[in-house]
Design a protein around this ligand. Structure first.
Ligand SMILES: NC(=O)C1=CN([C@@H]2O[C@H](COP(=O)(O)OP(=O)(O)OC[C@H]3O[C@@H](n4cnc5c(N)ncnc54)[C@H](O)[C@@H]3O)[C@@H](O)[C@H]2O)C=CC1
Ligand SMILES: N[C@@H](CC=O)C(=O)O
Length: 585
């Protein structure tokens, strides 16, 4: 299949949009609570414009349990193909769980079982080798989705029906996919941040390798990477990276000879979190799930709730007291949020925010403050929630002609419900309950939130200022109660659409309007809290960006992606081996 002309053409196209293969083994997916971190890892690639094939193992202990069960029921002489038939269940379950977790945050995902992609192996039923896959089909799914999830370790077999690839076989699956899909790399995500010269879990002085040759890796990574996988990578010249979750250091395995890595700082980063509402509550949970990376000080809220002493505060000074290296601002509003961000930036800290209202109004001073003191200001979630529009515009730097899109999840949810005959106030109340709306939802309904977002998009797309107050807006409240249902009867859908472009004199223009779109329009098929952006570049190409634009988990995932980048920036700046200061409670 790989050899057909169509497939070659698709491979060329895919090379343009970089493709990476990520493998998640049982040390990483220990149980279902690990999936948010795996999603985080995948999202970090998606937002950089990469397509991802995620190859996943069974949950920790599940394959052992299935093999033991096969032995109990089938006895010592159980036919190997029947044992494989049971053993495959673990990987199929993990692949389905990972796909569910990705869909929850709005990542467009397809899942392929071996028979759906004609993944074929040869050899013994419990130690087979992969020989073929319908690469064109996988690439086709990748063209329509950001991520394709596949189960590792298992394949179909002409004689045995179903087979497994030997222990550690998910590594082999990952290398095989990387080769057949012409991925630029395969990253094996483990519970260590690379290959060491001794097991770092038991040898205190173990040193990490920055790079290893394939032959050296076969010796050094004994038990960490399947030997068969390394041999196939060597034969096919597949670049392997071995890394932990969190996007940090990795050991690369290629033709290049071994080199140890320099020591890097591995301390926890001190975080101040402002806000614990719809988004902040999710971010807090994600931060607390990673105590080896983050130490969170007292969280600023309006009304401290019953919790562990020191977990919450309603004094900004207390929230900022522990000299945080990173401020995550999720209180919304304008002046207090901007003041907190200025304070943190003027101390050289990194800042992550989802606050488009404050950004749109304090853009120049916040950026100047960050530049003056060497901090960073990150705000992916502020526009598009989990739809990475800011990242897309940065990749198209200087090339953007116009941006239009559905960019307010609350309004899109409202219009979806109104089209089904719901009453306005009921639909708005549900949008609030679901955590989509701003604290004052008139900001959504009247178009102010979309105008704030457009003001930021104008900065990112054209590098110029357009204050949100200068953007024309149309309110959903001005619609006749029956407008959405009538549009539906005409085969149209009502959408709140924001648009920005440069006028003939080079000055930026933008507007927020409620429009009736034909069902075939690219923005018509955007449902509920989803967002979609159509970016036209100067050559006339259209770039689509899609995701859930509002709600706890999509937004918290985007915030965490920025947080992880900010952490990497902090560690790069810091001297190695500095011990973390304790936060005052
Ligand atoms: N909800 C969503 O889907 C999205 C929200 N955002 C932005 O994220 C930010 C947070 O949004 P949500 O979590 O939805 O808000 P929220 O209203 O659910 O939560 C706000 C949190 O901040 C605290 N807070 C607010 N004002 C405060 C004050 N003066 N002093 C102390 N604490 C205060 C509240 O107690 C609460 O914990 C906003 O800037 C919003 O525009 C961005 C993308 C999506
Ligand atoms: N209230 C906003 C939240 C995300 O930015 C929306 O509904 O889009």
């Amino acid at each position: 299949m790989l050899h057909s002309l169509d497939c070659q053409a698709q491979l060329q196209a895919k090379r343009a949009a970089a493709l990476c293969v990520l493998k998640f083994g049982s040390s990483v997916v220990r149980d279902e609570r690990d999936f948010p971190r795996v999603v985080q890892e995948i999202y970090a690639h998606v937002r950089q414009g990469e397509k991802v094939v995620a190859v996943v193992s069974a949950l920790a202990g599940e394959t052992d349990a299935l093999l033991a069960e096969a032995l109990r029921v089938g006895g010592e002489g159980a036919p190997a193909p029947l044992v494989a038939r049971l053993a495959r269940v673990g990987e199929l379950r993990s692949a389905a769980l990972l796909s569910l977790a990705l869909a929850k945050v709005g990542v467009r995902v397809a899942t392929l079982d071996p028979h759906e992609m004609k993944l074929v192996a040869e050899g013994p039923a419990l130690d087979s080798n992969l020989v073929d896959v319908d690469a064109a089909h996988v690439l086709d799914e990748l063209a329509r989705h950001e991520v394709v999830v596949v189960p590792g370790f298992i394949a179909d077999h002409a004689e045995h029906g179903v087979v497994t690839l030997g222990r550690g076989g998910t590594d082999l699956s990952a290398v095989f996919f990387a080769d057949r899909l012409a991925a630029h790399r395969v990253r094996l995500i483990k519970d260590v941040d690379g290959v060491y010269d001794a097991d770092p879990a038991s040898a205190a002085g173990a040193h990490r390798f920055e790079q290893l040759s394939y032959a050296e890796a076969e010796v050094a990574s004994d038990g960490l990477i399947q030997d068969k996988a390394i041999r196939v990578a060597a034969e096919k010249k597949v670049l392997i990276e071995v890394a932990a979750l969190g996007g940090g250091e990795a050991t690369t395995i290629s033709d290049v000879a071994a080199k140890h890595s320099k020591p890097v700082r591995a301390d926890v980063v001190r975080v101040a979190l402002l806000g614990c509402g719809a988004v902040g509550g999710g971010v807090l949970q994600l931060l607390q799930d990673q105590p080896e990376l983050f130490e969170v000080g007292p969280v600023l809220v309006k009304q401290p709730r019953d919790a562990k002493p020191g977990e919450f505060t309603h004094h900004l000074d207390e929230a900022l007291a522990g000299e945080p290296e990173l401020l995550v601002e999720l209180i919304g509003g304008n002046d207090l949020a901007a003041d907190a961000m200025h304070q943190a930036l003027s101390r050289g800290a990194e800042v992550v925010t989802g606050n488009k209202a404050a950004l749109a109004r304090h853009w120049d001073s916040l950026h100047a403050c960050a530049a003056r003191h060497g901090g960073g200001l990150r705000f992916s979630a502020a526009v598009g929630g989990g739809a990475p529009i800011v990242e897309t515009l940065r990749r198209l730097e200087g090339e953007v002609a116009s941006v239009e899109g559905v960019m307010n999840g609350t309004c899109n949810f409202l219009l979806s419900r109104l089209g089904e005959g719901w009453e306005f106030d009921r639909a708005l109340a549900v949008a609030q309950e679901l955590g989509f709306a701003e604290a004052d939802p008139s900001g959504d309904v009247d178009g102010n939130d979309a105008a704030d977002k457009l003001s930021i998009l104008v900065r990112e797309a054209f590098g110029v200022a357009l204050p949100p107050q200068q953007i024309a807006k149309q309110s959903l409240r001005d619609l006749a109660p029956s407008a959405a249902a009538e549009a539906k009867q005409r085969g149209e859908v009502l959408k709140q659409v924001g648009r920005c472009w440069l006028g003939e004199d080079g000055s930026p223009l933008a507007e927020v309007r409620v429009v009736a779109l034909p069902a075939s329009h690219a923005l018509a098929n955007v449902h509920n809290e989803e967002n979609r952006f159509l970016v036209e570049d100067r050559a006339g190409n259209l770039h689509q960006v899609h995701g859930k634009g509002a709600g706890r988990w999509p937004t918290a995932t985007a915030v965490l992606a920025d947080v992880l980048d900010a952490r990497a920036a902090i560690l790069r700046k810091a001297k190695p081996a500095r011990s973390p200061l304790k936060l005052s409670a």
